[in-house]
Design a protein around this ligand. Structure first.
Ligand code: CP3
Length: 358
C-alpha cells in the first residue's frame, strides 16, 4: 500500500526535519547557521518516566501496546519532557508475533516469554500467517501520534528476524542463544522457514507504521552480536534485508542497530539502509572507518555513564560528538536502551547539551 494521505511527508509544505536530513546524509543546521546534531534515545518511553509508570499501573505490557490511545500517549511523553528530535513508536518487537496468534507475554524485569518454544521443523511449519487486518491498532496508534507530534518525526521500528527468532526458539531472553544457533546449523531448511516467517511478520509490522505516518524505520537486531561474521552474512542478513523489502519503496530512511556488533558493521550496512546504530563499545570514528563514507552513524553514549557525575558524562558526550564528525552525518543516541533506573533529568540535560554544543 502507498503512504496514507495524512502522512507528514505528503504535505505541501513538507521540509524534512533535522533527524531525517541527518539520516539522509546532510548535517543539519539551525536558522542562524550553527551546526545542529539531532538526538533521541532508544527506550526513551518507559520505566525511567514517572508519568509512564503511573499510566501502566494495572495494565499488561502487550495490552498497553495494542491500546491506540495509551500507546500514543506513552510515545509522546518523552518528546514533551526531553525535547528530543523524534518520537519512537511505543510498542514491542514481539507484537507481530502476538498478532499472528502465537502465545507470548512480557514478564517484567525479564522480557518476552513464549508459551511454547519453537524448536523443531514441525513447530516452525505450524507458525500461523499474520493477517494484515490484525495490525489495525498499530496503524491507528501511529496516526493518532503523528497528528499530535507536529513537526517532530516519528520513528517506526521492528525486531530483526534473528533477534525475534531467538525469543521463539529459546522461549525467552537468552545471553548466548545456544539453541537458536544450534538450530541454524542442524536444520538449515527449518531455519530458513523460521527466519522467512519472522522477516515477513516483522516487515509487515514496520510497513504498517510507516504507511500510517512514521518518517523513518529502525530494525533492531539486538542479539546479532552473538554471531560469527560468516553466520551473520550467510544465515541472517538475507532475512533482515527481506524484512525491509516491503518498505524500500516508501521513501523513508532506514536505520539498522545491534549490540556488540563491531565485527559485523560492514555486513549490517549491506542490507540496504541509510544509517547504522553503534553500541558503546566502538568509538564512532572507528565505526565510520568500518562502515565507509556513504552512511550516517547513530550512537553511542555509554548507558553506564548516565549514572556518573555530570562533568564525567559531559566529557563523554563531547567525545562522542567529536568522533561522530568522522561520519557523513551523526544522530546522537545511547549505545543501547535507557536503563529503567535512569534519572530522566539527566536525559533532558543531554538533549540540551547536544543541541547547544554540536
Ligand atoms: O522507547 C522506545 O524505545 C520504544 C519502545 C520499545 C519497547 N521495546 C518498549 C518496551 C522498543 C523499541 C522495544 C524494542 C525491543 N523489545 C527490543 C529491541 C531493543 C533492545 O532493547 O535491544 C527487544 C530486545 C525487546 C524485547 C523486550 N521487551 C525486552 C528485552 C523487554 C524488557 C523486559 C524488562 O522488563 O526489563 C521488553 C519489555 C519492554 N518493551 C518494556 C518497554 C518499555 C518494559 C515493560 C515494562 O514497562 O514493564
Amino acid at each position: 500500500m502507498p503512504l496514507h494521505p495524512t502522512h507528514p511527508a505528503l504535505a505541501d509544505d513538507y521540509t524534512p526535519p533535522p533527524l531525517i536530513q541527518a539520516y539522509r546524509g546532510r548535517r543539519p543546521s539551525t536558522a542562524s547557521g550553527a551546526d545542529y546534531t539531532p538526538v533521541w534515545f532508544m527506550r526513551q518511553a518507559g520505566r525511567s518516566l514517572p508519568e509512564y509508570r503511573e499510566l501502566r499501573v494495572g495494565t499488561d505490557m502487550l495490552d498497553t501496546c495494542l491500546n491506540p490511545e495509551l500507546a500514543s500517549e506513552i510515545t509522546l511523553q518523552p518528546v514533551r519532557r526531553h525535547g528530543v528530535d523524534a518520537g519512537i513508536f511505543f510498542s514491542d518487537i514481539v507484537i507481530p508475533v502476538k498478532l499472528a496468534g502465537v502465545g507470548v507475554s512480557i514478564v517484567a524485569g525479564r522480557g518476552p516469554v513464549l508459551e511454547h518454544p519453537v524448536r523443531t521443523a514441525a513447530d516452525v511449519a505450524a507458525l500461523p500467517p499474520l493477517d494484515p487486518g490484525a495490525l489495525a491498532p498499530i496503524r491507528e496508534a501511529v496516526a493518532l501520534t503523528v497528528a499530535q507530534l507536529g513537526a517532530t518525526p516519528l520513528i517506526g521500528f521492528a525486531g530483526a528476524p534473528y533477534t525475534l527468532a531467538s525469543y521463539l526458539v529459546e522461549g525467552g531472553p537468552s545471553k548466548e542463544q545456544l539453541k537458536t544457533r544450534a538450530l541454524m546449523h542442524s536444520d538449515p531448511a527449518a531455519w530458513e522457514s523460521l527466519l522467512t516467517w519472522c522477516a515477513d511478520i516483522t516487515g509487515a509490522f514496520l510497513t504498517a507504521q510507516i504507511e500510517a505516518g512514521a518518517s523513518a524505520g529502525q530494525l533492531f537486531d539486538s542479539w546479532a552480536g552473538s554471531l560469527s561474521l560468516a553466520d551473520y552474512t550467510e544465515r541472517v542478513a538475507p532475512f533482515s534485508a527481506r524484512a525491509l523489502d516491503p518498505v524500500r519503496g516508501l521513501g523513508v530512511p532506514l536505520v539498522h542497530f545491534g549490540v556488540g556488533t563491531g565485527e559485523l558493521l560492514a555486513a549490517m550496512r549491506g542490507i540496504g539502509v541509510d544509517a547504522v546504530g553503534v553500541d558503546w563499545r566502538l568509538p564512532l570514528d572507528e565505526a565510520a572507518r568500518r562502515v565507509g563514507p556513504g552512511f550516517t552513524l547513530q550512537g553511542n553514549i555509554d548507558p553506564a555513564l548516565l549514572q556518573a557525575p555530570w562533568r564525567v558524562l559531559e566529557a563523554h558526550i563531547d567525545d562522542v560528538l567529536r568522533r561522530g564528525r568522522a561520519a557523513r552525518a551523526h544522530v546522537v543516541n545511547l549505545g543501547h536502551g535507557v536503563p529503567p533506573d535512569t534519572d530522566p533529568a539527566v536525559l533532558t540535560r543531554i538533549v540540551e547539551h547536544v543541541h547547544a554544543h554540536a
